[in-house]
Design a protein around this ligand. Sequence first.
Ligand code: G4P
Length: 193
Amino acid sequence: MRLLEERIKKDGQVLGQDVLKVDNFLNHQVDPDLMAAMGEEFQRLFKDKKITKILTVESSGIAPAVFAGLAFHVPVVFARKHKSLTLQDNMYSATVYSYTKKVNNHISISKKFLNADDRVLVIDDFLANGQAVEGLLSIIEEAGAQLEGVGIVIEKTFQKGRALLDQRGIQVESLARIAAFEDGQVVFLDDNQ
Ligand code: G4P
């Protein structure tokens, strides 16, 4: 998505070898006009699917997920992260390891908000190692719901998340695909096409 790539080039900051800071428009300060355009783009990419629900994980997935929900006119549910591992009967849950932050997050979704009739589109801000999406997929499976696809704002193609999801035959659509960081600059997969 050209608009997003231009924004990443303008406002994204490369930190170290493999982290892109996007707190100017995506995960701290949020640009609602850009989010609205991204929501429309997700709707276009998955328009052939009969989506009944959007699923994401707090916190940075919420903004793009809500705008996707607005474009599809379906509810948006975000998995909550809990510090406690106490079992709760009325929740679906999964444990997600964050490679970037080196912590285990316990994520959960109330059984009230996901059921076997749902056809789910997962939305997240980053696809890196794919652990957050894997956690949501296990919750969708536990609920007996149907996964229709995964929509990602920024994919880092050089990390293992995409391969994990491709192996499972899942439709994954990313609005910006980063091939590499070179000398502090972002190189997109389509830069050379
Ligand atoms: P995953 O997102 O594919 O599961 O991979 P990973 O385990 O590496 O990511 C863990 C956390 O780090 C996720 O946030 C993810 O969004 C974030 N992340 C991964 N790569 C980048 C990056 O290049 N830039 C930024 N800004 N974040 C990145 P989280 O733990 O779910 O927390 P939250 O930020 O959504 O609250």
